[in-house]
Design a protein around this ligand. Structure first.
Ligand SMILES: Cc1ncc(COP(=O)(O)O)c(C=O)c1O
Length: 400
């Protein structure tokens, strides 16, 4: 059931809300792919992609989703028989580990559960034990979208440096880029993967692999790299089609151009600050609801919470009931719980998520929170009072 009228709000953690300007930019006749505007727009597009990731290094573009970016990053850095270390704080780390196994590597998973960030002591022990430096890369998911845990990527760099371990630091910023602070060069990240469908506000279909000189040196040392996934021609193309390993994602490029214009106009620091404020408004509301009743934020410590996505729970089946109620009555779609319980397990009906990434502002978040308040009330789910006032107070504290 969907609410009959009014503008719906898809508050799932990706794909995210697409700005009208992006949709309008994509609504056009097929452009020429050999000459003219599309070809000419590429250098500035690449420069602006680097701006968002805070890097002066290189970026390769792929027609694909986040899984494509995972595969691409591995194809350029890892060969069969290599080891990768995967500190896991949710389902997506396990997903990337599985992709690594798929290209013939052995993934050593350090599982930190679903509610805590990386334990750097355990990571240190695993790296210290690797005296022969068989671990070629650390696959580090910055924000795991399933649990909404935010991990400390600079701490991972510091640890690798302290131990003198040469493994590449590869970060998954599919959920976090353009939402949570991320600074590729300052943080010493060697490879970063992301997609266009969350903080970049474009429909799913284009993915990016950023890499620095250390990572490129590793690629050059490999006996071979798959022609399709090879990042080198994509990052330094001789011909336009090299950017994409074939036909360009024509309309996505126009959408992305407009999204990057919006990002540059607002400024990446301001975007991080906006996401931070909106996330804090959400947490304030959740704390009020949680004061009397079953609602819980998945991550207890705000320092380890993402500003892009929030994972929550109620007593099953209230999570599912709440999602269905707000979607059917209000046109508000919340995210399902992902990876918090086994598929088919009754417990999965307790988990749900808010997406608050990309094209979001205060009135949307107040609408989201007001909708949840209405749903909790309608379903007679016990909850503390004052949630909307608490959220409004966070938003009210804005400087002009
Ligand atoms: C952190 C993270 N990594 C990887 C993926 C996989 O991306 P995709 O579903 O676009 O293949 C997602 C998707 O939500 C994600 O959130």
């Amino acid at each position: 059931m969907t609410a009959p009228s009014g503008r719906a709000y898809l508050a799932i953690p990706g794909p995210s809300v697409i700005p009208d300007a992006v949709l309008q930019a994509m609504h056009r006749a097929a452009p020429n792919i050999y000459d003219g505007e599309l070809v000419e727009m590429m250098p500035a597009l690449v420069a602006d992609l680097k701006y968002v990731a805070r890097t002066d290094h290189q970026v390769a573009i792929y027609i694909g989703n986040g899984h494509a970016a995972w595969e691409a990053a591995l194809a350029n850095t890892v060969t069969p028989g290599d080891r990768v270390l995967v500190p896991a704080t949710g389902r997506f780390a396990h997903g990337w580990a599985d992709m690594a196994e798929g290209v013939g590597a052995t993934a050593e998973i350090l599982d930190f559960g679903k509610q805590s960030p990386w334990d750097m002591e355990r990571v240190a022990a695993a790296l210290r034990a690797d005296t022969g430096h068989r671990i070629k890369a650390v696959l580090a998911v910055h924000v795991d979208t399933s649990t909404s845990i935010l991990n400390d990527v600079p701490a991972m760099r510091a640890l690798l440096d302290e131990l003198g371990h040469p493994a590449l630091l590869m970060a998954d910023c599919i959920a976090s880029l353009g939402c949570d602070r991320f600074e590729m060069d300052r943080w010493g990240v060697d490879v970063m993967v992301t997609g266009c469908q969350k903080g970049l506000m474009v429909p799913p279909g284009v993915a990016f692999v950023y890499f620095n000189d250390r990572a490129e040196a590793v690629r050059q040392s490999l006996p071979r790299v798959s022609r399709y996934w090879d990042w080198a021609p994509r990052a330094k193309p001789d011909l336009f089609f090299h950017y994409f390993g074939g036909t360009a994602p024509t309309h996505h490029l126009y959408g992305l151009r407009t999204a990057l214009d919006m990002i540059k106009a607002e400024g990446i620091e301001a975007i991080w600050a906006r996401h931070d404020r909106l996330a804090r408004a959400i947490w304030a509301a959740c704390d009020s609801w949680a004061a009397e009743g079953p609602l819980r934020l998945n991550v207890a410590d705000p320092a380890h919470r993402s500003r892009a996505v929030t994972s929550l729970s109620l007593d099953p089946p209230q999570g599912t009931a709440l999602r269905e109620w707000v979607e059917g009555h209000l046109g508000l779609t919340l995210g399902i719980g992902l990876g918090m319980a086994e598929p088919g397990d009754y417990a999965s009906h307790g988990h749900f998520r808010f997406g608050h990434m990309g094209h979001v502002n205060g009135q949307m978040i107040m609408g989201l929170l007001g909708g949840v308040e209405a749903g909790l009330t309608a379903l007679e789910i016990p909850h503390g009072h004052g949630a909307l006032e608490a959220a409004a107070a966070v938003l009210a504290d804005m400087h002009p």
